[in-house]
Design a protein around this ligand. Sequence first.
Ligand SMILES: Cc1ncc(COP(=O)(O)O)c(C=O)c1O
Length: 389
Amino acid sequence: MDTNVIFYLDNAATSFPKPREVWEAMEHYFFHVGGNPGRSGHRLSHEASEILFNTREALSHLFNIDTPERIVFTKNATEAINVAFYGFLKPGDRVVTTAMEHNAVMRPLRHLEGTRGVEVKVVPADSQGVVDLEALGQALEEDTTVLVVNHASNVAGSLVDLEKVGSIAKGAGVPLLVDGAQTAGCYYVDVEAMHISLLAFTGHKGLLGPQGTGGLYVAPGLELDPLIRGGTGSNSEREEQPLFWPDVHEGGTLNVVGLAGLGAGVEFVLEQGVERIRAHEGRLFNSFWKGAQGIPGLILYGPERWEERVAVVSINLEGQDPAHVGYVLDRDFGIMVRPGLHCAPSAHKSLGTFPTGTVRVAFGLFNTEGDVERVLEALDTIARRRDHG
Ligand SMILES: Cc1ncc(COP(=O)(O)O)c(C=O)c1O
């Protein structure tokens, strides 16, 4: 077997490959634009501003956002979540969240618990990674400051029904912050229909952009204290941060080359259509799930029904360390996956896979049925090896 041929099944960590249009847009910026947006008034600076404008417009189109200026660019979802929490939460505030959160949510919340006395209530999930929505509704109180929900688990692939959760949050009068890291670009997200007040997304997964890009949408009416203050190219006569969006949260020069690529990635997603991307990933998931049934000792985690999940699939081989299985998949078969805890310890506690974790197989837009066959064959071989070497 030629192990120099790479089978990339780690799209939940970052998507790969990227569409040609993404690196062409980045190349175009580097070769022909190069200016600093909003800073210098010359044509290359204007062109750079136009790139940012177009990227914000494309994202607004994708998420049904009416106010593109309220999308703040960040370097990833983690920074977006930090901008939201540190700008929003005050001493004594109360946060409700779920057991399926990534450390991008849990670490800043635990820090704010210790430093600002923010109260954090965690709603449980079952052994398939499905959050108990009844318990979630009951956990919300009149004085809950914000409800924080991971749209799709990066461990179990389980989706949270955002239409339901949005209605629950709206009914309770509590703003809803959604971590859309695993769904942006591959599952329908509509901030209006789902009553989302804050949406954090990352650019390098389903949106097919480069690493170092992401953002936070904040609904009109909600104001945050900036996490970072600095030059914006606007109101330069004043030493105070401008208060208008997006400048209030975009101090310092942005990653314009990355955001050029992100804009092209989002355009690509819009051209393909989220529904078509989802249908493709659904076919791959169903083939994988079905084929996995015949492999001795293979344990599958997360919901079986495609309607309840995304194409991020956690598995284990009975009696084998996931780290070793991941290593062998790379070494002997050229297959890239991610073993371990995936930065989400409490999600693994819900699944009963803490502390060794699982092997995560994550399909993306550019995977094929051939990739599914290859990983099934490889897992079957590893499962049947006696020495596990
Ligand atoms: C559910 C979830 N939230 C947040 C993140 C953080 O994304 P980033 O590393 O791009 O900030 C990830 C990435 O793995 C994720 O899967």
